[in-house]
Design a protein around this ligand. Sequence first.
Ligand code: ADP
Ligand code: MG
Length: 320
Amino acid sequence: MSAEFDLIRRHFSRPAPGATLGVGDDAALLDLSPGNQLAVTTDTLVAGVHFLTDVQPAALGWKAAAVNLSDLAAMGARPRWLTLALTLPQADDNWLAEFARGFYDCAAAAGAELVGGDTTQGPLSITVTAMGEIGPGRALRRNAARPGQDIWVSGELGDAALGLAALRGEILADLADQAVLLSRLTLPQPRNALGIALTMGLASACIDVSDGLLADLGHILTASATGAVLRWPDIPLSAAARHFSQMGDFATRVLAGGDDYELCFTADVARRSDLDKLAGRLGVRLTRIGEITALPGLHLLDETGREMTRSQSGYAHFNA
Ligand code: ADP
Ligand code: MG
């Protein structure tokens, strides 16, 4: 790409005081705090697959950073550095300025700095690598859930999936609801402060909910060789989402829709009051939604305690 260096200098060269050497040389140089491990994760967003091509560039920049920071949150690692590999059909200065603003805003909110990347021409695609640090043995791994532990989830589920449904014209939301649901889709808030706090002896296993609660909790169950009982009436919903609770496939959209970027984690029963206090301190809703069982399998119970059956359209249908 012609003018590539100019483009990088203009848009992606903000100072990175937490790096020994940031953008501008052949590689960044990074020093970990003493006694820490590096946690590294990468996610790619492809136009037309992970976002609509007419998305606002600032929202796209935000989300590219957010989905990666969310993976660090799920490990309990403290965000430090990001790299950004950007493939662009053309170099549009206004678009890039907005994209960079969204990216840096999200990074700064999590305490992470952009330290390098790559810029190439081609169909729009964005790959971010996030690096964080964590003390050895402290990471919240998927394999650490134990029978009898509570299952918790942060925030509220389903808003992003309903926001996407509203964008696609599959549901009709009033303006206020639409604003809430769309902002949850386009500006997800990675739960980094929560993830870090959960490593202080509070949680065992943890995962971020990117593909829907059922799929992502399923990864914890597989890795931990356990099962789970989930209570549908306890799943936290926003006021906006509750307006759609009469829809036939509502439970499926909430539990399997994805893009929530909340944390689902397991914790000993003895940690309940500590977790309630943590929720107050961080201003993040934390809800107990079920328990880990020794018997494999994921069972979803309705308000009467009966199991909800899985049909072709998901978990929408209750036992008659
Ligand atoms: P090289 O040819 O060595 O790969 P580049 O021209 O790709 O060098 O990059 C020059 C510098 O700019 C490097 O420090 C690289 O990390 C940084 N960089 C390139 N693209 C981006 C980007 N999109 N965001 C942040 N830094 C970038
Ligand atoms: Mg390069």
